[in-house]
Design a protein around this ligand. Structure first.
Ligand SMILES: Cc1cc2nc3c(=O)[nH]c(=O)nc-3n(C[C@H](O)[C@H](O)[C@H](O)COP(=O)(O)OP(=O)(O)OC[C@H]3O[C@@H](n4cnc5c(N)ncnc54)[C@H](O)[C@@H]3O)c2cc1C
Length: 400
């Protein structure tokens, strides 16, 4: 087992990023929620700080982050933006930028990734459909090869960043089935653009949190994409998509830890000051015991999340661990952390009494946002299935 320690460079990066966040992001929380978008000047500042798809190699405008450094940024951005809108934009682009960078064609990478890293385009992920989320093998979006490229038909739903992709340009890494009889072996991955594309109809959903980044869907009606938008080989999409999911799941664990730790710190400040029955409420054991347990869980989750990202990095860059080992450790990291974070934030709000429930309190924004992570990029039930599959073997997969 490797105990994760950070390099001096990573410590310095965290320090300077925290400063950047304090100045650029922290004062803007209510604006993010009121305007329901990430302001252009924040996107620009993030681009300058190399926070947009930083996993992309410098050849295509990225910072070439390893997964652990990417995790540091996820944690810090979540501390700074309790709405988690900025962390979501960050983690989605970092994860799927990694997949695009590694398996996309040189032509598509040159065309799209430098714009993504400059904040002039979006790179999201769109696998979920109206009737299919967890059960990807039964998705109905189709991809058919033509002379010039591929024709796509389908309907994607609950997708982060659709409005932004329509506004800025760029689009989503997407999966479709070439052979409906071939199950997961008939899935192909490609990049699908969303801005001004005839045959694409975009819709938006109202979500309970993360208000500054959109969630929505798009219908694809006979849209032809060029051949060079293929990512990896035809029919290998199901394998590739898990690399992106695992990257994203690993970062999500740290978004949860960052947001919840910040809430706990807010709670600590409050319970040291607020008095009830003649004493600061932090003197009461009922509060202290809950604090001690949440803090311990979050520290454990934090260490484990970095360990999981370390495994992912070693597998991706050196082939050191197997795909299945990485799947398992990442699933373990995402299985419990969103729930632990949600409960910690919930208690931190409770300690703050009625103020905790007011819009002025940042922790209620975090609570609403963190709830999404028991679903997004793979639900907690699917995380359990992955861990159990690795412990029991393929013969025990429930859905086969
Ligand atoms: C805020 C938000 C943003 C999102 N952004 C994106 C995005 O950018 N791109 C994208 O592609 N998707 C996105 N999603 C969709 C997300 O990935 C799906 O919600 C998730 O995969 C679950 O799919 P589903 O909602 O269709 O639920 P279903 O798959 O229909 O499942 C419903 C419930 O049943 C459970 N379940 C399913 N199968 C089993 C089983 N075998 N055993 C036990 N329980 C089971 C699930 O865990 C879930 O709790 C987003 C979701 C949210 C909430």
């Amino acid at each position: 087992m490797n105990i994760q320690t950070f390099s001096e460079e990573q410590d310095l990066f965290r320090e300077s990023l925290r400063e950047f966040c304090e100045q650029t992001i922290v004062p803007r929380r209510t604006e993010l929620e009121d305007k329901k978008e990430i302001p252009d000047d924040i996107i620009k500042a993030m681009a300058e700080f190399e926070l947009l798809a930083p996993s992309v190699s410098p050849d295509f405008g990225g910072a070439g982050f390893d997964a652990v450094t990417a995790g540091i940024a996820a944690e810090e951005l979540a501390r700074a933006d309790p709405t988690c809108s900025i962390p979501v934009l960050y983690l989605v682009q970092c994860s799927w930028g990694h997949v695009f960078n590694k398996f996309g064609t040189e032509e598509a990478k040159g065309e799209i990734l430098p714009k993504v890293t400059k904040g002039e385009a979006i790179c999201g992920i769109a696998t979920t459909e109206a009737d299919i989320g967890s059960d990807l093998g039964n998705m109905v979006t189709t991809i058919k090869p033509t002379d010039k490229g591929y024709v796509i038909n389908g309907n994607k739903n609950y997708i982060s960043g659709v409005r932004e992709a329509a506004k800025y340009g760029g689009g989503h890494v997407t999966l479709a089935r070439q052979d409906l009889e071939a199950g997961t072996r008939g899935m192909t991955m490609f990049f699908f653009p969303l801005k001004d594309v005839p045959g694409v109809t975009i819709s938006e959903d109202e979500e309970m949190g993360r208000e500054a980044i959109s969630t929505g869907g798009f219908i694809i009606d006979n849209v032809e994409i060029p051949k060079h938008y293929l990512i990896g080989e035809e029919n290998k999409g199901f394998y590739l998509v898990h690399i992106g999911y695992e990257y994203a799941r690993g970062l999500i664990a740290l978004v949860c830890v960052g947001a919840a730790m910040k809430s706990i710190e807010n709670g600590i400040a409050y319970i040291k000051e607020r008095k009830a029955f003649g004493r600061p409420i932090g003197k009461y054991e009922a509060i202290q015991f809950a604090l001690a347990e949440h803090y311990t869980r979050l520290e454990m989750a934090r260490d484990f999340a970095y360990k999981a990202l370390y495994y992912l990095e070693k597998e991706q860059s050196e082939g050191k661990y197997s795909r299945m080992e990485v799947s398992k450790i990442i699933a373990m990291s995402k299985l419990l952390t969103p729930g632990w974070a949600f409960n910690a934030i919930d208690d931190a709000m409770q300690w703050q009494g009625a103020f905790g429930y007011s819009r002025e309190c940042p922790d209620q924004s975090a609570l609403r946002a963190i709830r999404s992570f028991t679903l997004a990029e793979g639900s907690r039930e699917i995380m359990r299935l992955i861990v159990a599959r690795e412990l029991l073997g393929k013969d025990f997969i429930a859905y086969k």
